[in-house]
Ligand binder design. Sequence first.
Ligand SMILES: NC(=O)c1ccc[n+]([C@@H]2O[C@H](COP(=O)([O-])OP(=O)(O)OC[C@H]3O[C@@H](n4cnc5c(N)ncnc54)[C@H](O)[C@@H]3O)[C@@H](O)[C@H]2O)c1
Length: 366
Amino acid sequence: MLKVKLKKTVDESYEIIVEAGLSKRIPALLVRRYPASRYVIIADRITEKLIGKKLESGLRAKGMQTLLLVVPGGERSKSREEKARIEDLMLKAGCDRKSLVIAVGGGVVGDLAGFVAATYMRGIRYVQVPTTMLAMVDSAIGGKTGIDTALGKNLIGAFCQPEAVLADPALLRALPARQLANGLVEAAKMFMTSDARGFSYLKKHLSSALSGNPEVLARIIARAVAVKAAVVSADEKEGGKRMVLNFGHTIGHALEKLSGYRILHGEAVALGILVEGRMAMNAGALSRTDYDAIQNLLAALGTHPKILSRFAPSAVVRATKGDKKSVGGHARYVLLTGIGSVKKSGGAYAHAAPDREVLKALRATI
Ligand SMILES: NC(=O)c1ccc[n+]([C@@H]2O[C@H](COP(=O)([O-])OP(=O)(O)OC[C@H]3O[C@@H](n4cnc5c(N)ncnc54)[C@H](O)[C@@H]3O)[C@@H](O)[C@H]2O)c1
């Protein structure tokens, strides 16, 4: 018998730049630091107009070969069909292993373009240029890429780290208010689990953030990214610490699923935070004062607990059992012990909870 011995030690570190006005410098930055035989810009219909075309002409002006590919946009673009269509266009255009994919858009484009890069000719490099708040604080960082199928969201994909994440908060000026709040919930979630000072900053500057002030947004994004980057560095593939990013998501995912994905991810997570935060409070881990501070911040971000009354608590509990992160049919929950800290026991950051505790918290939150 022969054994193929393969021990991987690869350095997949990458840089994240968050800077208001960065977009103008991106072509020069790409050419200098990420040389490629061709730059494949993947955008959706909105981000193509917002920055995709400018990026293309900036790269061409520097004598670079480019290919601009546009997907319709929206969750439906995260499909096998769209992935195959892009791959075929890249093959026909002669893109090779030295081509570099640039994902220009929100989480939809980022997840799809990242997955294309992960498998094109067994993997080519890619850069994330996130354009939504959610993508800047969350989806562009961490290397999770993938698509949806009729049987569920994000079920097919790959861990594939980008070469760089280049975020320009000035682009968020064009983002609808609902989408901005949607992303701010994810930033708030990072602060609730891991950065009490970030939480205070967000609370204090919330109205500037909501009005799109790029400097304030840049600080919020940089702090949230620091939390996510630290967690991902400690645990790339979700064995332990990465679970803290899941705070609010066990209930949040169940609500998204039950609503047929009609409520935005951030809105579902905000409701999930209220329920899972209450579970922590009921367990004596989280103080009433901290819970109230969380509730007030989420209310200012447009979260209405009343929306929960649309869902039967027993149906929500049932839906949590199918969660990707459940173990042996038991959903697990991240429990806050205060703003900026979570419960850790037996090396685990997420804990099973009896159905009656979940039901109690659901009923009390409405
Ligand atoms: N990979 C991860 O770790 C991760 C984490 C969280 C979420 N996600 C995924 O992210 C996706 C959601 O991402 P999203 O919320 O960014 O949605 P999205 O990508 O659909 O973008 C929302 C809308 O905003 C538009 N848009 C983008 N940038 C804009 C701008 N600057 N101005 C105006 N409009 C703009 C888009 O065209 C789209 O219509 C989901 O598919 C989710 O599964 C992935």
